[in-house]
Design a protein around this ligand. Sequence first.
Ligand code: F6R
Length: 603
Amino acid sequence: MCGIMGYLGERPAKDIIYTGLKRLEYRGYDSAGVAVLTKDVQTIKAVGDTSKLDLTKLPKSATIGIGHTRWATHGRPSAQNAHPHTYGDITLVHNGIIENYQDIKDSLKLSDLKSQTDSEVLAALINNNYQKGKISLIEALKRSLVEVSGTFGLVVMSPLESNQLLVARRGSPIVIGVGDIQNFVASDPSAIISHTDKVIYLEDDQIARVTRTSIEIFDLKLKHKNPNINRLSKSEAEATLGHYKTYLEKEIKEQPESLKNLMRGRVSQKGTVKLGGPNLDADDANNLEQILIIGCGTSYYAGLYAKYKLEEMLNMPVIVEHASEFRYRHGAYKSNSTLAIFISQSGETADVLASIQEAKRRHLKTMGIVNTIGSSVARAVEHGGIYLHAGQEVSVASTKAYSSMVSAILMFGAQLVYQRGGNSNITKEVAKELLMLPSEIKATFELHENIKKLTKQINHFEKWFYLGRNSLYPVALEGALKLTEVSYIHAQAFPTGEMKHGPISLVDNKHISILLLPEDETLYEKGISALEELIARGGTIFTISTRPKPKGSNYHLQVTYVGEYTEGLIYNICLQLLALEVATIRGVNIDRPRNLAKSVTVE
Ligand code: F6R
């Protein structure tokens, strides 16, 4: 949430910061700003995305600076509330939330603030501790950070110590790019990958002092820590649109490839699944009594789909929790025999990170399913996990990560069945289906033109229900979320059988139901009964099924049946394309829907 970029070297800072911020805009795009340091600090700010910034107002001669692209938490999107914030001798950019900002404001009697942000209060606190340079800036920062509660990813600069950027982190990611007579700071590596592939991930409660030629890491007592330099791979951090108009479409269409990347070297034609990442020995695997899956949004829905399959595969209870709920819930889990799997595309979602801490506190085994290499979730879990290798997702609405998450958990389940001496046919069947998926998804893209045509006919509906039974219910939930996010339509998903327990009262001529009919004969028939009940009440029905159009359905898509474990992923492709087409007709900003941000690093 929010993007941070900092630079110090020998080149014009404003240009490097600007290009870095452009790559970070998917994290937030309410407002933006850049500040550079010569003798003084010069700052530009604008409401909207970075293209609104007038860089000509900043000097080319400045070779040190910081920038920010914002997703508002405290204070509405406005130029005043945009970062960087300057108070006295301190200029900073900040991601996260300072929870005790009001107390600090009161105790410092701050009446001259220019913004409504907690970040400006933090700048004032550091400035107050700095006392016009009576102590070193790093000492002032250290003293200030001890006083604040909440989360921060922070870069601070001051004209009184103009050869350094000070960086700090608690709960909000910060990465330092290691250059040659130049160094970089960013909230994620994609902003700096074009300059360097050597990075240091700052840990929580660490401070870094970065100059043009040195990087020193400290803990909150200013004790030196050894920096750990990691290598980035370009494909992980760089993404371009190519011939597509939107990242959403590009990422939907990348799924055959992203799934191949997930399975490469892990799933074999012989029907085996071998994952090197999960760190569970034979005893751990055999002693497992339940699995807990935790995530947010689309990642949560990927977990919910997996629940239906894992429970059957493993004959073991699988509980799925919203991370935002789990972190405050007091569920009863057996400590040593529960495996908690954390799913996250970004690997930086605040609620997921807090849930990992909570799971550790309860002595659960923790494992991650993560797309972003080296991210906080990947580093926080104790029993390894699975990297998705889906490539960067730029579109705020998640698509290719979802299919990879579902497939990754199925892979894990298939391996666990084998480890626990279960039915080896299950492992073989999962492997077979997974290997078929890339070509089956490609074949499903042939429905895209048809979906475009159908969308023109149904776009006017105001109320959208998504209905699915059994494992198609989480698919319905994810489909409704996708439509809601990118088209601003209020779409809601229900288990098909729940309609008559309430929601059916809403059915009228403004309403359309997207009804997912499964392959299973019995459940298909139950779906047809629901269809008839909806028709009887004047509803319009759009069916998706592996069979031809059923009687009474108004609109229909026929999809292929890959097999019992992966069937939902094919329906999901259709729902992703449907959301894309509705958003296209409605002319909204498809890759950056209003009010959202790609990685939610605040609670
Ligand atoms: C939906 C979407 C969000 C994310 C959620 C979790 O399209 O993008 O619902 O899925 O914020 O994010 P990660 O997976 O990064 O933890």
